[in-house]
Design a protein around this ligand. Structure first.
Ligand code: COA
Length: 720
């Protein structure tokens, strides 16, 4: 069998009458320029060679094709374009089949759709997830998918970005044939070749997706578009690409195929040029980059990064956090032993966990047997000795240094050598906690976010003496829990809560200066946060922050003459208004309501505080509210990076995307700052600083970057 000429990354080999075209572009066979060139050349070669009767396209390694090469986005385009490649495949005068295993996503599925026949192996994942990157299918996907599986199913795939498995793809009509499971041990190329030989012997014709009949029922198509448009208006608030997807599908009904393809391309390029695309792709790479953090952490760079095995976990404390953490660990298949101080507290802890699973049962997402299986891994004890064999213990007791140190003294006494000892503190000094035990190298922070079994973010807080393998083990543990881990240094509030505190201070100052908390929340929702800062305060509960403020009161009074301190939150807390859980906070929650109503009493308290502080209220536009809140976040983010609390700006971004509801399409606060331009952010801080220079002190990192004409992105690739 002679080898055919082929470009790098795409190889062609003749198997009898079938030209096998294999894409090998590690790690995921993305459609880089050389792959596109290779595919085009392969189809040309197949067409020109009289010995070839059919073509089979497959991927080497674990995937068919994961999509366009995301790293090429934003670079000058290199020919051939993917639409041209897909059109060439579809136009081929000899039957072309695609044999799909692993991922066939985005442009990868578009290549498969341009082929004439499709076979999928068990374990294949198909989808058009471009919307998750601020894009839409741009190589015929909006047209071919719609013609193949109808407007409703195609819109569902394109607007949700979800992956479907082989069986669902088959049921939808996205693929023609599934690999027989009894033969699934065979390799995908063999399966594909067998399939193409069957097609040839059945004299299967060239069958172009552009001619498929999925839109025959035009009324159903229009109804699907109208329904999707109505749903999208609610679900994809602020997103740029979903309306473009709808427009392209509408064109599939109204325009000839080639005209619709041209429109699709035009809309695709508009998405490509949008800042949302840049923000979402930044998020895609940032969330992968944080996973690699231990390798570039200064403490582990040259160290032996062996892992400590985590086969069993202890959780101290059965409150909301402890129970949520226990559920997250149970969900990862690990056994959990919970410690509480008395039988009633332990029973409450267990009940908290059961409530989580009962909620899943009520939603039909878990069976009673499933819950029983999970709870069989759970045990509780009143004696710390039950933790003697635990590989990892996570302390989640009351946020008080003395209480936590007492817990750690017990852990030091009972835990086996080598056990990892973690605290879930949100603010406290973990170096001080570690200093209290005989094995500080085993101590670190695992800061979960509430609800801990749902929120993806896990700050891995690294005290000075932590051992390298403990840190690496913590990252591996996070991965096992399905969490997104971000390394953070020890400071008050670590990365997230520290920056959030600066955001809150900016919001508090505006509230005292004249903006109502409801207006501020509204403006921040308009920016894309699901909740404004005062809604967050009500949800989180005002009591913890109040306790921290009282703790710091002594030092604050020393600085009081210079530092502005807004007392409105204290006035609410003094009334016992801690937010949702007490039925009152900034908002009123009558009869246990979950969404709050603005309160005139709160407005009156604010007005009284303004008078007390001698402030003449002024008005703030939504734009100014957003500008001040973001400037505070960005400036504190810069401080956090400057002081090494966060490794890079992208770590700050991931914390805000995963823990604080920062709109993903804006990429995170530091990416957003780059989008605005750092000189503009610095100018804003200078302007705000004229009235309050102590709060609005530009971060040295920000000033330095502006001086060098650099941006935050320039710090993302540094190696620690
Ligand atoms: N273009 C360029 N690089 C890509 C890529 C793409 N389309 N898809 C994945 N990669 C890279 C990742 O950045 C990662 O690189 P790294 O090792 O340097 O960090 C590597 O491939 C492996 O990806 P990862 O996500 O860690 O592997 P996985 O096995 O968990 O998942 C996929 C594989 C394909 C399911 C997943 O990467 C994915 O969903 N990719 C995006 C698919 C997509 O959106 N396609 C449409 C593009 S328009």
């Amino acid at each position: 069998m002679p080898d055919m000429p082929a470009a790098e990354a795409v190889s062609c080999r003749l198997h009898g009458e079938v030209l096998l075209v294999t894409i090998a572009n590690p790690p995921v066979n993305a459609l880089s320029a050389n792959v596109r060139r290779g595919l085009l050349a392969a189809i040309d070669a197949a067409e020109a060679n009289p010995d070839v009767r059919a073509v089979l396209i497959t991927g080497a390694g674990r995937n068919f094709i994961a999509g366009s090469d995301i790293r090429e986005f934003g670079q000058p385009p290199q020919p051939p374009s993917l639409p041209d490649v897909c059109s060439r495949i579809e136009a081929c005068g000899k039957p072309v089949a695609a044999a799909i295993h692993g991922a066939a996503l985005g442009g990868g599925l578009e290549v498969a759709l341009a082929a004439h026949y499709r076979l999928a192996a068990a374990g294949a994942r198909l989808g058009l997830p471009e919307v998750l990157l601020g894009l839409m299918p741009g190589a015929g996907g909006t047209q071919r998918a719609t013609r193949l599986i109808g407007a409703a199913a195609a819109l569902d795939l394109m607007l949700s970005g979800r992956h479907v498995d082989a069986a669902e793809a088959h049921a939808l009509g996205l693929v023609d044939r599934l690999v027989d499971p009894s033969e699934s041990s065979g390799d995908i190329q063999e399966q594909g070749l067998a399939y193409v030989r069957q097609l040839l012997s059945a004299q299967a014709p060239v069958r172009r997706t552009r001619d498929a009949a999925g839109l025959a029922d035009r009324q159903a198509g229009r109804a699907a578009i109208a329904a999707a448009r109505a749903a999208t208006g609610k679900k994809s608030r602020g997103l740029f690409s979903p309306p473009k997807i709808l427009e392209a599908v509408e064109a599939a009904l109204d325009l000839p195929f080639d005209d619709a393809l041209r429109l699709e391309r035009k809309l695709f390029l508009q998405c490509m040029d949008s800042p949302q695309r840049a923000g979402l792709i930044h998020a895609f790479f940032a969330e992968r980059e944080v996973l690699k953090t231990p390798a570039i952490h200064h403490q582990t760079r040259n160290a032996n990064t062996t892992l400590r095995a985590i086969g069993s976990v202890g959780v101290v404390g059965g409150g909301t956090m402890g129970a949520g953490i226990a559920a997250a660990v149970l969900d990862a298949g690990l056994p959990v032993t919970m410690i509480e101080r008395d039988a009633a507290a332990l029973a409450r802890g267990r009940a908290h966990i059961e409530t989580i699973y009962d909620g899943l049962i009520a939603k039909g997402r878990l069976s009673a047997d499933g819950k029983a299986a999970v709870m069989a891994r759970f045990s509780g004890s009143l004696a710390y000795d039950a933790l003697a064999q635990a590989d990892l213990v996570i302390e989640a007791v009351f946020e008080d240094m003395a209480v936590k140190q007492a817990v750690f003294a017990q852990l030091d006494r009972v835990c086996k050598p080598g056990a990892v000892l973690a605290t879930n503190t949100s603010y406290l000094d973990i170096d001080a906690i570690a200093a209290g035990v005989s094995r500080p190298a085993d101590v670190l922070g695992l800061h979960f976010f509430s609800p801990a079994n749902i929120m993806k973010l896990l700050e891995i807080v690294t005290p000075a003496k932590v051992a390298a393998d403990v840190l690496t083990t913590a990252f591996e543990f996070a991965r096992k829990l399905g969490k997104t881990p971000v390394r953070a240094g020890v400071c008050d509030g670590f990365i997230g809560n520290r920056i959030f505190a600066a955001y809150r201070q900016a919001a508090d100052r505006m509230m005292e200066d004249g903006a109502s908390p409801y207006r501020i929340d509204d403006a921040m929702r308009g920016f894309g946060f699901p909740m404004g800062p005062f809604q967050v305060a009500d949800l989180a509960g005002g009591d913890i922050g109040w306790a921290a403020r009282k703790r710091r009161a002594a030092t604050r009074n020393l600085q009081a003459r210079q530092t502005r301190y807004v007392q409105i939150a204290d006035r609410l807390c003094e009334r016992g208004w801690f937010g949702q859980k007490t039925g009152r906070g900034y908002y009123a929650y009558p009869d246990g309501a979950r969404s709050g109503a603005p309160s005139e009493e709160v407005e009156a308290i604010i007005a009284a505080e303004r008078r007390r502080a001698g402030i003449v209220p002024r008005s703030f536009s939504d734009e100014e509210i957003v500008r001040r809140c973001l400037a505070a976040m960005i400036n504190e983010g810069a401080n956090v990076v400057h002081q090494g609390v966060a490794l890079r700006p992208l770590d700050v971004d991931v914390v805000f995307l995963y823990g604080y509801g920062f709109p993903r399409y804006r990429g995170g606060p530091m990416k957003y700052a780059d989008t605005l331009g750092l000189p503009r952010v610095l100018a804003d801080i200078g302007e705000f600083g004229r009235e309050d220079p102590l709060f609005w002190r530009p971060s040295p990192l920000l000033t330095g970057l502006v001086g060098r004409g650099a941006n935050f992105a320039s710090l993302n690739s540094r190696s620690g």
